[in-house]
Design a protein around this ligand. Structure first.
Ligand code: ZN
Length: 275
């Protein structure tokens, strides 16, 4: 009898969670659809203006990109610290995340609910050097002026938006952070290809070898990864010439190749019919 009641309780609780998730998803789909219907022309123009990666996509991929950016934006809480929010800001920050994960199935980085935006570089903790951005347990932090400059100067291998999103993507995918991991394909590829080749280059850089990635990449392995991402997107030709194995490993990892027409190694199928 008692076990019957416990069973019933479990069913009710699981059912409650499932129903809450159903309502949440439905509400999200509704919000994204409304945003898309009322704003997609304006948002397309903003992405076109600011995001070089978006400019190079074909019409079908632009549509997919915009929908992913809207979903990402709708699922995050953006907090503007001592600065006035403007509409394009959260869209562009979402676009940086979507660009990095555009070849992956999972792109929401669900561990992170909050994105903090500061006007300019800021002090954090006991560090003397001002930060352009960082990622911690409670959120992704970005300085807006540096974020904008990064996309305006898109050939120097320096992009704080892509850099911090790279940290966030690593954060949500690795068990050392005590999360289950968001994208199994990403994890598999990371261990299979990137770890071996990446560590080889990183170890050589720590021993003093100079590469096009610059000395900051030798700070630690997480910084190495984030700097690789910046250079992968902004200087793919030089990257492939100087560090071809590492470049190819990142292509496989992200399922994107900046030097390949159509970009993707394998097709990514999204179903956005509800939006
Ligand atoms: Zn970093």
């Amino acid at each position: 009898m008692e076990s019957g009641i416990i069973f019933l309780l479990i069913v009710v609780v699981i059912g409650g969670f499932a129903f809450a998730k159903y309502l949440r998803d439905k509400y999200l789909a509704q919000r994204v659809k409304e945003m898309y219907d009322s704003k997609h022309t304006a948002y397309d123009a903003i992405l076109q203006q600011y995001i070089p990666y978006y400019r190079n996509l074909d019409a079908v991929q632009k549509e997919r990109f915009l929908k992913r950016a809207l979903i990402f934006k709708a699922t995050k809480h953006f907090e503007f610290v001592e600065m006035q929010e403007e509409e394009h800001m959260s869209l562009l920050i979402s676009a940086a995340a979507v660009q990095l994960t555009f070849g992956l199935k999972h792109f929401l980085m669900e561990h992170f609910h909050k994105i903090y935006v500061m006007k300019r570089a800021y002090h954090f903790g006991l560090m003397n050097v001002p930060f352009q951005g960082h990622v911690s347990e409670d959120g992704i932090y970005l300085s807006w002026n540096n974020f904008l400059n990064s996309f305006a100067n898109y050939t120097d291998g320096d992009n704080v938006g892509l850099h911090e999103m790279a940290h966030a993507l690593a954060y949500v995918n690795f068990p050392e952070h005590e999360h289950d991991g968001e994208d199994e394909v990403f994890q598999y590829r990371w261990y299979k290809t990137f770890t071996k080749i990446g560590h080889n280059v990183f170890d050589r850089m720590q021993a003093g070898e100079m590469t096009m990635l610059g000395s900051y990449a030798a700070t630690n392995y997480q910084e190495f990864w984030a700097v690789c991402v910046e250079n992968f997107f902004e200087r793919p030709t030089a990257f492939k010439i100087q560090l071809p194995e590492l470049y190819d490993a990142i292509c496989k990892l992200l399922n994107q190749d900046m030097l390949k027409p159509g970009i993707f190694l394998e097709a990514v199928i999204d179903d956005y019919s509800q939006y």
